[in-house]
Write a protein that binds this ligand. Structure first.
Ligand code: SAH
Ligand code: SF4
Ligand code: F3S
Length: 437
C-alpha cells in the first residue's frame, strides 16, 4: 500500500452529521493527512452518511457502486448513520469497502485506519452507547463565524417512522461545564454565533435528574459568555417545549427568536400512529403560548406527507394547521419506510408516490404564498443581520436575521463576521434583499 497523504470526506444528512465530520476531519488533519476537494486526489475516501429517507441512502449506495468499478488503491470508509443501520450487510455487499465507523465511535477513526493498514481486512466500530470521550473534544471548524455545539446525543423518542434512535442510540446529555467551556473557547477564537445541537435539545438534562439542570439553565449560563452575539438551538420536540424556554427566548439577549418546532402532521389519527405524543390541539396551544410570550419569534416545522393510511381528510388537517400557524420555515418530506421501524413493520406504505408528491407540492405552494405575504410586509423594516460570507453570486453579502431569515445586500467584505443593520428592500423566493443603512 502506498503512503497515505490525503483524504476526501463527503457529508450527508443533518447538522449533527456536519459536526461529526468536523470532529473526524480534525483528527485526520492531526495525523498529518491533508483534506482534498475531489475523490480523485484522495488516498482515503470517507462518506459520512444519513439513513433518514431512502433517497439519502441511495445516494451513498450509488457512490459505493461507482467506487466498486474503479477503486484503485484508495481506502474507502463509511461513517455515520448508514454504518449503524446497515452494519455488516454493507461490508458483505461491498467487499471493496474497508471500514465502518458508527456515530458513537468518532474518536476511533485513526485507530480503525491504523488497524486496517496493519491487518488489511474489513474493520468496523459500531457502538450503540455514548462516546464519553467526546465530552471534551473540540473540533476545528472551517467556518470562523458560526459553529455548532452538540449538547445532547441520541434520541429517546419512539416516533414510529424514524430510524434515528437505531442509528444514534439513547439520549445522553453532555456535561454542562464542558459545553460552556467549548462555547468560551469558540468565543475566544472570535466566533459570533453558536447553535446548540441535539435530536431533541429540550430534553437536555432530563437523563440526569439528580443534577437538576435543564435546557433553560444551560441557555442562561451560555448567555453570560462575552463576545458571542447569537445563540440558536435545534431541534425541539413539541412535547418538551416548556414555558421556561419561551421565557428564555423572551429574556435572553443573545438567544435568537426562532424555534424549529416540527409538527409532522395536523391529523390526530396520524400523529397517534406516528407516536408523536401530542395532539394537533396541544401543539397549537403551545404555538399560541409561544406567540403570546415571544410575539416576534419565527416558527419552523418539518412535515411528513403520505404517512401510511393518510387520507385526503388527514392531509387537509395538516394543510389547515399550516395555514393557521403561517410557518416561517418548513421542510416537507414524503414518507419513506425505514427498516426495523415500528411504522415499517406495522403499516403498508400504501400512499402512492403520485399522491405524496401532490400533497407535498400543495404544502410547498401554501408555504411560498405565506412567505410572500410575510416578506412583502417586511419591506421597509430594519433588521439586524450577522454577515456570514459573500453570496454564491460573488456580488452580494449574505447573512441571517435573528429570526433566521436569509438576507443578501451589497456591502464591503470587511462587514463579514459583523452585525449590520439592513433595511429590507425586496425579496426573491426565500431570500430577502436589503441595503446597508
Ligand atoms: N430529531 C428531529 C428530527 C430529525 S429527522 C426532530 O424530531 O424534530 C428530520 C426530519 O426528517 C423529521 O422531523 C421528519 O420530518 C423527517 N423524517 C424522519 N423520518 C422520516 C421518514 N421515515 N420519512 C420521511 N421523513 C422522515
Ligand atoms: Fe426521530 Fe422522533 Fe427522535 Fe426526532 S424525536 S430523531 S423524529 S425519533
Ligand atoms: Fe440523517 Fe442520521 Fe442526521 S439519519 S438526519 S444523519 S441523525
Amino acid at each position: 500500500m502506498k503512503d497515505l497523504n490525503t483524504f476526501y470526506i463527503r457529508t450527508y444528512g443533518c447538522q449533527m452529521n456536519e459536526l461529526d465530520s468536523e470532529i473526524l476531519i480534525t483528527q485526520l488533519k492531526a495525523r498529518n493527512l491533508a483534506q482534498v476537494e475531489t475523490e480523485t486526489e484522495a488516498d482515503i475516501i470517507l462518506l459520512n452518511t444519513c439513513s433518514i429517507r431512502d433517497l439519502a441512502e441511495k445516494k451513498v449506495l450509488g457512490k459505493l457502486y461507482e467506487y466498486k468499478k474503479d477503486k484503485k488503491d484508495k481506502i474507502i470508509g463509511i461513517c455515520g448513520c448508514m454504518a449503524m443501520s446497515q452494519k455488516e450487510t454493507l461490508l458483505k455487499k461491498f467487499p471493496h469497502l474497508d471500514f465502518l465507523i458508527g456515530t458513537n465511535n468518532l474518536l476511533d477513526i485513526t485507530k480503525v485506519l491504523d488497524d486496517f493498514l496493519s491487518k488489511n481486512t474489513q474493520m468496523k466500530k459500531l457502538d450503540i452507547d455514548y462516546e464519553k470521550e467526546l465530552e471534551n473534544f473540540y473540533a476545528t471548524r472551517d467556518n470562523k463565524i458560526k459553529a455548532s455545539i452538540a449538547i445532547i446525543r441520541g434520541c429517546n423518542n419512539h416516533c414510529s417512522y424514524c430510524i434515528v434512535p437505531q442509528t444514534r442510540g439513547k439520549e445522553v446529555s453532555r456535561d454542562s461545564k464542558s459545553i460552556i467551556n467549548e462555547a468560551k473557547y469558540l468565543a475566544n477564537l472570535g466566533y459570533k454565533e453558536i447553535t446548540l445541537l441535539g435530536q431533541n435539545v429540550n430534553s437536555y438534562g432530563l437523563d440526569k435528574p439528580d443534577q437538576n439542570y435543564l435546557f433553560p439553565d444551560l441557555l442562561y449560563d451560555l448567555n453570560k459568555i462575552d463576545n458571542i452575539d447569537r445563540i440558536r438551538f435545534m431541534t425541539s420536540h413539541p412535547k418538551d417545549i416548556t414555558k421556561d424556554l419561551m421565557y428564555a427566548i423572551r429574556d435572553l439577549d443573545k438567544l435568537c427568536e426562532f424555534v424549529h418546532f416540527p409538527v409532522q402532521s395536523g391529523s390526530n389519527k396520524v400523529l397517534k400512529e406516528m407516536r408523536r405524543s401530542y395532539s394537533a390541539e396541544e401543539y397549537l396551544e403551545k404555538v399560541n403560548l409561544l406567540k403570546s410570550i415571544t410575539p416576534n419569534a419565527t416558527i419552523g416545522t418539518d412535515i411528513i406527507v403520505g404517512f401510511p393510511n393518510e387520507t385526503d381528510e388527514d392531509f387537509e388537517k395538516t394543510y389547515k394547521l399550516f395555514e393557521l400557524i403561517e410557518y416561517d420555515t418548513a421542510f416537507i418530506f414524503a414518507y419513506s419506510p425505514r427498516q426495523k421501524t415500528y411504522a415499517a413493520r406495522k403499516f403498508e406504505d400504501n400512499i402512492s408516490n403520485e399522491i405524496k408528491q401532490k400533497r407535498l407540492q400543495k404544502l410547498l405552494k401554501l408555504f411560498h404564498s405565506i412567505l410572500e405575504k410575510k416578506y412583502k410586509a417586511l419591506i421597509g423594516s430594519k433588521k439586524e443581520v450577522l454577515v456570514e460570507s459573500l453570496n454564491k453570486d460573488g456580488i452580494y453579502l449574505k447573512g441571517r436575521t435573528r429570526e433566521f431569515e436569509k438576507v443578501i445586500f451589497k456591502g464591503d467584505k470587511s462587514l463579514i463576521g459583523k452585525l449590520q443593520i439592513v433595511e429590507i428592500t425586496g425579496f426573491s423566493y426565500q431570500t430577502l434583499k436589503g441595503k446597508v443603512i
